[in-house]
Design a protein around this ligand. Structure first.
Ligand code: PMV
Length: 321
């Protein structure tokens, strides 16, 4: 029996969330310490296609007689149909597709996009074909819209390319080089927070006070611009200050929360260079930039302040081919 497997990383937004929806730049990085894995296995002839998402306790079936070709009610079936069409495969395959993921769900680490990227690549691998990165990212963006409304596209981009990315909505993403250790402790608040809701709240507030919000987004854009050389040269002291400034502006637009503020303060007190929320906010994750020697102190401090768990990643030292 033939089988094909593909893996994709989780992600964090380092700087620029929310402002990125309004055309300002943002920087995101992959998190290889939490991944999604998809395996496509041949099943007996005529059995159709079954998708099993093990961590979600979810089983979906696509059969020969299924005629809802454009039905978007189930994102994974929609994605499967799109990939098969992209690969000119017009017969429904007899497969069992297994999905496993160690990326926490609905916490801003890109679990949906990571599953989708691994899914597209496992299916194309099983068919002995390769889909270029831009097309993978575009296909995954279509399912992201089903989960999030009108996302900026940063999640599917950083997860597809698997490298730190400078992202401006609607423009070609720029992968860039990092230097030295850039160690990040991710703290999970344990509070699920749908990005769709915080993005909609920011949009309402922006409509009511456009000039004020545009000025904040401009300032975020400048912070992101200053962060790029700091990341490229491994200037973590400067980057830490920029994290803190970005966090103040995220608090101003109302997307932080008491638990996130508590975890961020705990990280700073334990010696982090800087700390901020990451992603949609209100709950989900915060990130702290740490010196490797202070990593344990910072993790301990975040956990004592109420984090449900921590993940440590180092986005430094990865280069673009
Ligand atoms: O919650 P996440 O990690 O999916 O990130 C959302 C980032 C936002 O800028 C708030 C929304 C977006 O679509 O970019």
């Amino acid at each position: 029996m033939k089988a094909a497997t593909a893996t994709a990383p989780g992600k964090i937004i380092l700087l620029g969330e929310h402002a990125v929806v309004y055309g300002r730049p943002a920087i995101a990085a992959p998190v290889w310490e939490a991944t999604a894995r998809v395996t496509v296995q041949d099943a007996s002839p005529g059995s159709g296609c079954t998708i099993i998402a093990h961590d979600l306790n979810l089983t979906l079936r696509l059969t020969q007689h299924d005629s809802h070709a454009l039905d978007k009610s189930e994102p994974l079936l929609f994605l499967l149909r799109m990939v098969l069409a992209e690969l000119d495969m017009h017969e429904e395959p007899d497969w069992t597709i297994h999905i496993r993921s160690s990326i926490p769900i609905a916490s801003g680490l890109g679990s949906g996009a990571a599953i989708s990227v691994a899914f597209v690549r496992a299916v194309s691998k099983r068919l002995g074909r390769q889909i270029e990165d831009k097309v993978v990212s575009d296909l995954v963006y279509e399912t992201e819209k089903l989960y999030h409304g009108s996302p900026s596209g940063i999640d599917n981009t950083v997860i597809t390319y698997g490298l730190p990315v400078w992202f401006v909505k609607g423009r070609k993403p720029l992968m860039f080089k990092t230097d030295g250790s850039i160690m990040i402790v991710i703290g999970d608040s344990g509070v699920p927070a749908p990005t769709k809701k915080s993005v909609a709240d920011v949009a309402n507030a922006w409509r009511q006070a456009r000039d004020r919000y545009d000025a904040i987004f401009d300032e975020v854009g400048e912070i992101v611009a200053q962060s790029k050389p700091a990341i490229e040269t491994g200037n973590i002291v400067q980057l830490g200050r920029l994290f803190d400034r970005n966090q103040s502006l995220l608090e101003e637009i109302g997307v932080s929360s008491p638990i996130l503020n508590r975890l961020i303060l705990a990280a700073r007190k334990a010696g982090a260079w800087g700390a901020k929320l990451s992603g949609g906010g209100r709950g989900g994750n915060m990130i702290a930039l740490v010196d490797p020697r202070r990593r344990q102190n910072v993790e301990q401090s975040i956990l004592s302040a109420g984090a449900k768990r921590t993940i440590v990643t180092d986005i430094g030292g990865r280069s673009v081919d």
